[in-house]
Design a protein around this ligand. Sequence first.
Ligand code: EPZ
Length: 422
Amino acid sequence: MKALDRIAVEGGTPLEGTVRVHGAKNAALPILAATLLAEGVCVVEDVPDLQDIRVMVDILRALGASVDYSPPVVRVDARRISRTEVPEELMRQMRSSIFLMGPLLARYCHARVSRPGGCTIGSRPIDLHLKGLAALGASIDEVHGYIDCQTRRLHGAAIYLDTPSVGATENLMMAAVLAEGTTVIGNAAREPEIVDLANFLNRLGARVEGAGEDTLVISGVQGLIGGRYAIIPDRIVAGTLAIAVSMTGGDVTLENVRPNHLGAVLTKLREGGVEIETGRDIMRVRSDGKLRAVEQVRTAPYPGFPTDLQAPFMALLSVAPGMSIVAETVFEERFKHVSELCRMGANIRVDLRTAFVQGVPRLTGAVVQASDLRAGAALVLAGLVAEGTTVVEQAHHIDRGYQQFDEMLRGLGARVRRLSQS
Ligand code: EPZ
């Protein structure tokens, strides 16, 4: 049976109705890695059914943990694992598995991983991860593309991150919870997913303070127990859906969402003329589809505008009359969606890491390629407002971060369907 790796979109239908936002991929992944630290069984709830999660489950099993995965619940028993080397073929499928180094080193005093390469959005170095682990007392050896780390026991340290890297903050936080003494991480990342990981670790008996601020203080403990934990909703999925209805026009209520995690995004949508009402865990988005250009969107670490919503927001700006400027400051190659949007009639000029988006009255359907997860979602959104049919190829990228994206949109009235490989 040919893979259903293309998504066809008929444009022109306003979105209406209610949708529940699933759990956050970028919280679930480090939290599943952190289960390796526990001397008891961990049950993690509201875990989305995604390709990346399946890879993480395969990695935990390959290390010798017993894992029951019945979405949205994952039960992990990592009390006894048999190896501390992450299989290369799994590492290649998901570069963020680099943050398994922290928990393996902290609990088993050894970790061996293959160096993750770059990806379509940038070179993605891991120097901050390695520098931080060395400061915590790990000896790091790199041969033939493998990174081999060991320690007798990690110890507390004062670490300052040159840039507030999400992955490095998570990796070092997980390493430090079982270290001897206190660790201070300065210029730490402040994303909601960092706070969720810290809350999970504290639920297991860790002592992490300051999560969500730029300085983290972690007092090492002897050991962690098991526990049950429900992860936060996915703010990037919620943002993508809010942008979709803003473009198509319509009236959509998002349930299981944290509007306070989307401050920068909601500000820009309101600047664009969208009506948004929020409650503690609910959000109503109304639009007549007649948008205004937004002077500037500049991506930045949280609480700035999320780089993961840059591509979907650019799809919106491509049909907002006037000139909008988009500056991508986090990743150096995250404009791969621009040429595909231009195939659909958008008018976008790129100069290094800035895109100048001249809104056009309409887009037209075309066959386009998804180069990565968020670029793929942006092309589906463009298809929702384009005349005729858009076919997004390489749709497997989208499945890495959106659980049944086509079904979610069809539930709101969109004319979207899966097609098999051509
Ligand atoms: C996380 O990636 C997310 N992934 C990304 O989401 C997200 O785009 C990114 O954070 C930024 O918000 C997961 O959580 C699994 P970083 P991560 O380390 O941790 C530089 C998606 O679409 N850097 O915060 O890899 C790096 O080059 C994905 O869901 C170093 O220089 O991102 C980049 O410019 C894509 N040295 C910047 O920091 C290092 O050692 C931010 O990267 C590490 C990072």
